[in-house]
Ligand binder design. Structure first.
Ligand code: ADP
Ligand code: MG
Length: 351
């Protein structure tokens, strides 16, 4: 038998380790947008603007009107394992925020040129002329800092994503396809947070806008440009164990060619849980032609200890204590509202 030569085990230089770790969280431009939008939501933003150029490889900019970051914390915000969201491991059991790993800004800044510009809400309240502060971190190194005026909130600008990770750059699809993923992602957050006003511009074209009315039906009408609210059937279920399901089931004329419009949120977090996604479709299946998928936006409110979000760096997968029971409940609930709703026009009548 031939064995490979034995090589010494060495600790990776910090800089190499950084880039590898960054790759776990930041796979592509859409992962950057996801992390930045989640930070804006965690900061309590009501208005989130996203701007993309060249599918995000040239520029990603996310601006919010959230609580902002004090100047003395800007560098810390970009350091690995630095977070304001948890202090001890027990905090993971009752997470109220989307973020908690304290890795996103550090990971992004390790593989791009990131500018973090922020003005904390306190500075505005004091009514001082204090300008906002900014820092630029490139490949993990602080390269510049300064001040400029702006209202409270934060703007993160990411340029030249993956400039120092050529292997990753090679895996990027066309700007169009990367932009398409970002658009899908924003649909999900806009449907998940109807009280936040979202605006997405891709290659200088505004492709998505919601008003932040707080009403999920209005947000969906804005997103899908629906003239008719009656195409959305409300669903609202509370079971004995305190599980609450609410949202909208799209009329079958809204059937979609792919699964991307089956959106599930658990305690406000957009998640992809295969078994639950399938359970939702199963409730709907009898109404759909083959290869068609429903438009379905459901929020699931569960006691925090039922959910473990600390499974995967991207946090879209979660572990659920009672996944089976939940799946059954979802299928039953969707079927029940569909049976109760009046006869609906057939799919072919929709343009
Ligand atoms: P995490 O979100 O897991 O805490 P991040 O690296 O994404 O880690 O962010 C680090 C810290 O920077 C956050 O905990 C937060 O205090 C601050 N921060 C990041 N983005 C924003 C923002 N848009 N508004 C206010 N604070 C922010
Ligand atoms: Mg974060």
């Amino acid at each position: 038998i031939s064995l490979p030569p034995r090589l010494p085990i060495r600790q990776l230089p910090a800089e190499v380790a950084e880039r590898i770790a960054a790759g776990e969280v930041i796979e592509r431009p859409a992962s950057v947008v996801k992390e930045l939008v989640e930070n804006a939501l965690d900061a309590g933003a009501h208005d989130i603007r996203v701007e993309i150029r060249d599918g995000g490889l040239r520029l990603i900019r996310v601006s919010d009107d959230g609580q902002g970051i004090p100047e003395e914390d800007l560098e810390r915000a970009c350091a690995r394992h630095s977070t304001s969201k948890i202090v001890r491991v027990e905090d993971l059991e009752h997470l109220q925020t989307l973020g908690f790993r304290g890795e996103a800004l550090a990971s992004i800044a390790a593989v791009s040129e990131l500018t973090l510009l922020s003005r904390p809400i306190e500075s505005e309240k004091r009514g001082q002329e204090e300008p906002a502060a900014w820092i630029t971190v490139r490949g993990g190194e602080l390269v510049q800092r300064g001040h400029r005026a702006r209202p409270h909130g934060t703007t993160v600008t990411v340029r030249e994503l993956f400039y120092n990770v050529p292997a990753r750059l090679k895996f990027m699809r066309s700007a169009r396809s990367e932009a398409g993923q970002i658009l899908q992602l924003l649909y999900r957050y806009a449907a998940g947070y109807p009280s936040v006003r979202f605006n997405l511009s891709i290659e200088e074209q505004s492709l998505l806008q919601t008003s932040g009315s707080g009403d999920l039906a209005i947000a969906l009408a804005e997103l899908y440009r629906l003239p008719l609210a009656e195409l959305l059937i409300p669903i609202e279920v509370t079971d004995e164990e305190g599980i609450r399901i609410f949202g909208y089931v799209g009329n079958r004329v809204l059937a979609q060619p792919n699964r991307q419009h089956v959106m599930l949120f658990i305690n406000g977090r957009p998640v992809q849980v295969r078994a639950l996604q399938e359970a939702l479709e199963a409730g709907y299946r009898p109404l759909l032609a083959k290869g068609r998928h429903p438009l379905l936006v459901l929020h699931l409110q569960l006691p925090a200890q039922e959910v473990d979000a600390n499974v995967h760096p991207a946090k879209t997968e979660v572990r659920l204590r009672r996944e089976r029971e939940l799946a059954t409940l979802l299928t039953r609930s969707v079927r029940a509202v569909l049976e109760r709703s009046p006869a609906l026009p057939a799919e072919s009548t929709w343009p």
